[in-house]
Design a protein around this ligand. Structure first.
Ligand SMILES: [Zn+2]
Ligand SMILES: [Zn+2]
Length: 419
C-alpha cells in the first residue's frame, strides 16, 4: 500500500518538529561550566570553573562519607623521576590519613599533597623491601624539619626471626641516624623524632591491628619473596579499601579483599617487558614476573575473582609502550573497572561514585605549620661542638645581632643573642 502525505500533513509535521526542538532547547540543563553569552558588559566571561578534570592538592574538602586515595608511588625498586616506588595515601572524610608503604622517592609525592606532617603520622608497611620502606627515613626526619611535632607511628609485620621484623628494621634505622639526631638535639623541637612501632604477627588472618575513630585496619598474610609479607584491608563507613603491597595471588586476598570498593594489587611488568625493557635474563624475568610477583595476566584473574568496584594495578613502569601491553594482558582475564596506576593518580570513592583523576601538583612545596605549639629547644640536650671546631668560627657578631633585632621587631619577640 502506498502512503501519501498531503501538503497539510507536511506542514503539520514541520510544525511538530519545530515545537519539539523548541521544547528540547528550553529543557536542556546547562553544564555548570557553560560560559553564558549574556554576561554583564563589564564582567569577565572567564570565571573560575565549577568542575575540574584534575585534582589540586589542598583545594578540595573531603565529604564526611568520602575517601580519597592518592598514588604516591607506583614504580619499581630502581629509581626514575616519573615514578617513585610503592606508596599509597588514604585520606578519610573523618580527617584520618594513612600511608601504606613508603618506597624510595615517595616522600616528595606525599609532600606535594600539602598536608601538615602532624596528620601524616601513621605508616603501615606490607613488607620490608627497599621499594616499600626506602623513604621511611625521609618522612621521619624530613617530617620533623617539616614541622611534625608528633611521634611517627609505624605498623609492620614480624618475621621468622627478630632480625626479619619491622621493629629490628626501625631500631637499626634509628641507629643509622645517631649523628643526625644528636645534631638536632637542643637546636630544634625533636618530639617528632620519636617512633612508636607496632609489630604484628605476619601469619595472622584478618587480624585487627588498628581500630580508632571508626576505622578498622586488618592484616592478612601475603606470599612474596620471604615469610613476613602482608596485605591490608581498611574498613570505614561502609567502604572497603584493600592494599596488597607485594604478593603472589593468594587465598587470603581472595577471601578478604572480595568486593572491595577499591582494591590496589600489584600488577608487575610481564616477563617479556622484564626482558625487553628491564634487561633481565629470560630465566630471571620468568621467576620474578610469575613466582615472586603477580603478572598482568594473573592480576586480571585475581580481580575477576574478587570483583572490586575499582581494580587498581601498580608496580610496573607505566609508559606509552608498556602500558598498552600490560592492559591488553589484564583484559584477557578481567573486564571490570580498571585503573593502571601512575604516580599522582587520585581516586575519590563514595558509595555511589568512584572518580579517577590525575593531580596537578606544585613542584615547589613548602611545609605546612605544626598543629600544636612548638616547644623551644632544650638547650641542656645540646651536644655542641668541640673547642677545636668552635675555634674555627669567623666572628660575624654585628650581622647576627642585626638579624636578631630585625626578627624581634617583625614578630614582636624578645629572643636574646646567644652567649
Ligand atoms: Zn617486595
Ligand atoms: Zn615491591
Amino acid at each position: 500500500m502506498k502512503v501519501t502525505v498531503g501538503k497539510a500533513g507536511i506542514l503539520a509535521l514541520v510544525l511538530v518538529g519545530f515545537l519539539l526542538g523548541w521544547v528540547a532547547e528550553r529543557t536542556e540543563v546547562l553544564h555548570p561550566d557553560a560560559i553564558l553569552a549574556q554576561q554583564e558588559p563589564s564582567a569577565s566571561p572567564t570565571k573560575a570553573l565549577a568542575s575540574r578534570d584534575v585534582y589540586y592538592p589542598g583545594s578540595e574538602d573531603l565529604a564526611p562519607d568520602e575517601m580519597r586515595v592518592v598514588a604516591c608511588g607506583t614504580g619499581m625498586p630502581n629509581a626514575r623521576p616519573s615514578q617513585a616506588a610503592a606508596c599509597w595515601l588514604l585520606e578519610l572524610g573523618n580527617g584520618d590519613k594513612f600511608i601504606f608503604d613508603i618506597g624510595l622517592g615517595s616522600a616528595e609525592r606525599i609532600a606535594a599533597q600539602k598536608i601538615p606532617y602532624d596528620y601524616l603520622d601513621k605508616v603501615f608497611l606490607g613488607h620490608l623491601h627497599a621499594d616499600h620502606i626506602g623513604d621511611l627515613d625521609a618522612l621521619w626526619v624530613g617530617g620533623v624539619t617539616g614541622n611534625r611535632v608528633k611521634p611517627l607511628r609505624v605498623w609492620g609485620p614480624n618475621g621468622t626471626k627478630p632480625e626479619y621484623g619491622t621493629k629490628y628494621m626501625v631500631d637499626r634505622m634509628k641507629e643509622m641516624y645517631t649523628w643526625d639526631k644528636a645534631s638536632r638535639m637542643g637546636n630544634v623541637d625533636i618530639r617528632g623524632l620519636e617512633i612508636e612501632v607496632t609489630e604484628f604477627d605476619y601469619t595472622a588472618v584478618n587480624a585487627v591491628i588498628y581500630q580508632e575513630n571508626g576505622v578498622t585496619i586488618s592484616t592478612i598474610p601475603a606470599i612474596h619473596a620471604l615469610d613476613g609479607s602482608v596485605s591490608f584491608i581498611v574498613e570505614w563507613n561502609g567502604l572497603k579499601f584493600a592494599f596488597s603491597s607485594d604478593t603472589y595471588p593468594n587465598k587470603w586476598w581472595m577471601e578478604y579483599a572480595a568486593g572491595a570498593d577499591i582494591a590496589i594489587h600489584e600488577c608487575f611488568a610481564s616477563p617479556q617487558i622484564l626482558v625487553d625493557k628491564q634487561k633481565f635474563t629470560p630465566g630471571t624475568a620468568l621467576n620474578v614476573g610469575t613466582q615472586v610477583h603477580t603478572s598482568p595476566l594473573m592480576f586480571g584473574k585475581v580481580m575477576s575473582t574478587i570483583k572490586p568496584r575499582m581494580a587498581v594495578g601498580y608496580h610496573f613502569f607505566n609508559d606509552f609502550d608498556t602500558g598498552p601491553i600490560v592492559e591488553a594482558e589484564v583484559r584477557r582475564t578481567y573486564d571490570g573497572p580498571l585503573a593502571l596506576a601512575r604516580d599522582y593518580m587520585v581516586f575519590n570513592v563514595t558509595k555511589d561514585t568512584i572518580r579517577v583523576r590525575m593531580t596537578a601538583y606544585d613542584e615547589d612545596i613548602w611545609p605546612m605549620p605544626a598543629t600544636m605549639a612548638k616547644q623551644p629547644p632544650d638547650l641542656s640536650q645540646r651536644v655542641g661542638f668541640s673547642d677545636y671546631i668552635n675555634g674555627g668560627r669567623v666572628v660575624y657578631d654585628d650581622l647576627i645581632k642585626e638579624m636578631y633585632d630585625e626578627i624581634n621587631t617583625l614578630y614582636g619577640t624578645n629572643i636574646p643573642l646567644p652567649d
